[in-house]
Design a protein around this ligand. Structure first.
Ligand SMILES: *Cc1c(COP(=O)(O)O)cnc(C)c1O
Length: 390
């Protein structure tokens, strides 16, 4: 007799329930678009506005709620929203807090794609922007108009690593009513300084970097300390549909327990390699906020003892961009690639003339991000690759 296959119903509406009370070190991965309600009353009384219950996978699962709460703690905030990338975190803040006719202020040395968002989509939606010099609080004060609604801060500046006087910048904004301050806290990662301690209203992070630490997942967070501000951001988050997948949240939850250890290790390695570069005649500047002589070092020292494992060097103009490329291609342990805070050390060349409206140095800049390799090996790698410069 042929075997009768089990009906699909018996596989789906199965009676077995595993015993409750299973304990594991890592939080469970709850994957869902559909969330099931116990009865109609529960469905009718659903709300996506709080963590009191579940409504739809896009609006949260136990996995994403858990990560949100842990990031809020890391940042020293109350509420966190998760979005699919660090750039999406910037986009969410801009989209939620700005309307046509409003003005937005961005540091000249901010993360590039956030500036491009302002130049393109935001401009198209009737939102004006201006760039200010983050190293000059007077430049920020002068840029604020009655239409200004949002000011971005970033510490240190992207690629050129200048550390601004954050309290002075916030103070310049606080002289005006109705202007919110958002900070890109990816570099600080919630460890180097408290974004709300310096006076920010909103802190975003690319969890892609330190929170994950794996170079294998993209995610962003938007954290606040004020419930009504959180609800404004959450409403836009909901309407835009910017939820994250459970597997990605799980990847970040796996990286998070070791964030402080990795931050410290990469900081130590970064300072050792930066100090080695400082003694090299091939470079004219080593841009690392923890190194005396680096732009904004005093501001860093007032606020921080730690630093991300990230810095840049500027090669002497006697070396062409092609020669610097030859150096980069000769690196063996350092790989070429964007992002940072992963296990593999990375190097990226930047052309400052393209990158900054007022390039502070001529010459080719190379940004190094420290992985978790032995720092002696990384120094040796740079030393051997310098032969290719000649
Ligand atoms: C990487 C980065 C981002 C963007 O993060 P993605 O997840 O790559 O979109 C934003 N701000 C800063 C400072 C970053 O370093």
């Amino acid at each position: 007799m042929k075997k009768k296959p089990p009906s699909s119903t018996s596989l789906i509406a199965h009676a077995y329930r595993p015993p409750a009370g299973f304990g594991s070190v890592q939080p469970a991965v709850h994957k869902a678009s559909t969330v099931l309600f116990a009865n109609t009353a529960a469905l009718r009384s659903r709300t996506w506005k709080s963590k009191a219950g579940y409504t739809y996978g896009l609006h949260g699962t136990p996995t994403t709620f858990t990560l949100e709460e842990r990031i809020a703690t890391l940042e020293g905030g109350l509420d966190t929203l998760l979005v699919p990338s660090g750039l999406a975190a910037i986009t969410l803040v801009d989209a939620a807090l700005l309307r046509a006719g409003d003005e937005l202020l961005i540091p000249d040395n901010a993360y590039g794609p956030g500036k491009e968002l302002a130049r393109n989509e935001l401009a198209g939606w009737g939102i004006a922007h201006r760039f200010y010099d983050a190293m000059d609080p007077a430049s920020l004060a002068a840029a604020i108009t009655p239409k200004t609604r949002l000011v971005w801060l970033e510490a240190p500046g992207s690629v050129t690593m200048e550390f601004p006087d954050l309290p002075a910048l916030v103070a310049a904004v606080r002289r005006h009513r109705g202007v919110l301050v958002a900070i890109d806290n990816t570099w600080g990662a919630g460890l180097a300084f408290g974004p709300f301690d310096v006076g920010a209203d909103v802190s975003i992070q690319a969890l892609t970097k330190y929170a994950s630490g794996g170079a294998d997942v993209l995610m962003g967070s938007v954290t606040t300390r004020d419930e009504s501000l959180h609800q404004r951001l959450k409403a836009t988050h909901m309407r835009m549909g910017w939820g994250v997948g459970a597997n990605d949240a799980e990847a970040v939850l796996r990286g998070l327990p070791s964030i402080a250890l990795r931050y410290e290790a990469q900081d130590r390695a970064g300072r050792a390699l930066a100090a080695w570069w400082q003694a090299r005649p091939e470079v004219v500047a080593v841009l690392h906020p923890a190194l005396p002589g680096s732009p904004g070092h005093a501001h860093w020292a007032e606020l921080c003892t730690q630093s991300a494992g990230l810095f840049s060097v500027v090669f002497d103009t006697r070396f062409s961009a092609r020669q610097v490329d030859a150096f980069l291609d000769a690196l063996k342990l350092f790989k070429l690639g964007y992002s940072w805070a992963g296990p593999v050390s990375l190097a990226v060349p930047y052309d400052l003339a393209v990158y900054r409206s007022r390039p502070p140095w001529p010459g080719t800049l190379v940004r190094f991000s420290m992985g978790l390799e032995a720092v002696g090996d990384l120094i040796e790698d740079c030393a051997q690759a310098l032969a290719a410069l000649a």
